[in-house]
Design a protein around this ligand. Structure first.
Ligand SMILES: Cc1ncc(COP(=O)(O)O)c(C=O)c1O
Length: 460
């Protein structure tokens, strides 16, 4: 660890003693002291007291402009008034029924109007949505294997927890990456059914299809790889995948758990003009409540109606989440709000780009819709292996430095990205840019020093 990072960490510890105490308490009863592994980091995570609009406060009363927004699940911002009103109205009329109700048709209409699907089913998390989408794709094609991209995250079920963050030498050749379990407990049989390709490399995908003739049910991907900061598909890549799927009778699944609500009004299909066979959405569609959906053409979704594929769930379409979802689709994720967020995004990106250029930081800003990230690389990354040699200490210097200046610039973890909510203001963006300007020179200096180290320089 180098002195500037040490300084930011001691400032962090000085500012957040109550989080340290709370974390210590949590450690006794919760592994890692948190409820989801992604929330754990050293020396301890910030514990939240409350949140509203574009900001949250920690237990010590420090206020932060929030661009974590629950790992991108809150494009609505905290406690959006329209969502709160809809939820409060529903709360006294029953919180779950386990029986159909009339908001289901209404929300399904919204979803099927916005995304290129004819039918959908609802659930509660992105994990559920991708799990069911993969199962139904397997049933529709009567094939077991799926193609997944190295470094991509699609949730926590067995088919998804493969090659999420694999390392050398386990991950093998970049042209034919090895399927690496994302932790213990994922059965080998499951791993064998997930073949891995390299993002932005159609040749690696074609190879997988040739090696497994007539066996691949689907390609699942995030249209923008968002588990490595932010990695855009190169021109022609998504269309190439579309063509490969069509040629081989496989389904193309867009995991739009992140992009669906945050890219633009119609998600990745509208943004890139490529139409998948299936879509998975979650996170920001719920406006702060647990809501997810997966959908496809009627011919595919009919497998559920024919009782060939099973789908269920006690909490599905609980009226509180559905009320939140309806309010989110109708009053939050509007074309006007996408224009507002787009304007703020350009302001933030422009501010970062000017500071990066002036300070001499070797890096670039990646952006799409409501998301963006400061990428500490000399040139644009195209896949997981380009991303892997990130200078973690430099990134931590950036993140803790920003947090100490009252800006949670993105979730903790260098594979994440910022989100701008509809409740962020120009003043929030100005404060974000000012905090970055305040720390940029020290980042540039640290990076300059570290690049004198041949190992770090080679990775760079
Ligand atoms: C692209 C993508 N798919 C699926 C998931 C899983 O969603 P959840 O955490 O709601 O299960 C995530 C979560 O980060 C995600 O980013």
């Amino acid at each position: 660890m180098y002195p500037e990072l040490e300084k930011e960490l001691s400032t962090y510890e000085r500012r957040t003693p109550k989080s340290a105490e709370a974390h210590k308490r949590n450690l006794k009863r919760l592994p890692l002291g948190v409820a989801s592994n992604y929330r754990a980091y050293d020396p301890y995570p910030i514990f939240v007291k409350d949140a509203s609009g574009s900001k949250f406060r920690d237990l010590d009363g420090n206020e932060y402009i929030d661009h974590n927004l629950t790992f991108g699940a809150l494009m609505a911002g905290h406690c959006h008034p329209a969502v709160m009103k809809a939820v409060e109205k529903r709360l006294s009329t029953g919180t779950m029924y386990g029986m159909p109700h009339d908001m289901e048709w209404e929300l399904a209409e919204e979803v099927c109007t916005r995304f290129p699907i004819e039918m959908c089913r609802f659930g509660n998390s992105g994990t559920e949505a991708t799990m069911h989408a993969i199962r139904i794709a397997r049933a529709a094609t009567k094939r077991d294997k799926i193609v997944k991209f190295e470094g991509a995250y699609h949730g926590l079920h067995d088919a998804a927890l493969v090659s999420v963050k694999p390392h050398a030498p386990d991950y093998g050749d970049i042209n034919a990456p090895t399927s690496v379990p994302g932790g213990m407990g994922v059965p080998k049989a499951s791993i064998d059914n997930v073949v891995i390709a390299t993002f932005n490399d159609l040749v690696s995908v074609e190879r997988r299809f040739k090696e497994n003739p007539g066996q691949i049910a689907a390609i699942i991907l995030e249209p923008i790889l968002m588990n490595v900061g932010l990695c855009m598909p190169q021109p022609g890549f998504l269309q190439g995948l579309r063509d490969i799927c069509t040629k081989n009778g496989s389904l193309l699944i867009f995991d739009e758990v992140k992009t669906g609500a945050k890219l633009c009004w119609g998600g990745a299909s509208e943004y890139f003009g490529v139409i998948p066979d299936m879509i998975c959405i979650a996170k920001s569609i719920g406006g702060g409540f647990s809501l997810a959906a997966f959908g496809a053409h009627t011919s595919v979704m009919d497998l559920i109606a024919q009782h060939k594929v099973f789908h269920g769930g006690t909490y599905n379409t609980n009226p509180v989440a559905m009320a939140a979802g309806l309010a989110t689709f109708r009053e939050v994720l509007t074309r006007e709000n996408y224009a507002h967020v787009g304007k703020l995004s350009m302001k933030l990106v422009d501010g970062y780009r000017k500071i990066v250029a002036k300070s001499g930081i070797q890096g670039y800003i990646a952006e799409a819709g409501a998301n963006g990230a400061l990428m500490f690389y000399p040139k644009e990354i195209r896949n997981y292996r380009d991303w892997e040699p990130i200078d973690v200490d430099l990134w931590r210097h950036y993140w803790f430095g920003m947090v100490n200046r009252g800006v949670m610039c993105q979730p903790y973890w260098w594979d994440e990205q910022w989100t701008i909510s509809v409740q962020h203001t120009e003043a929030d963006i100005d404060a974000h840019i000012a905090a970055f300007a305040d720390i940029a020179d020290s980042l540039a200096e640290a990076q300059h020093e570290r690049l004198k180290n041949p190992v770090l320089a080679a990775a760079h």
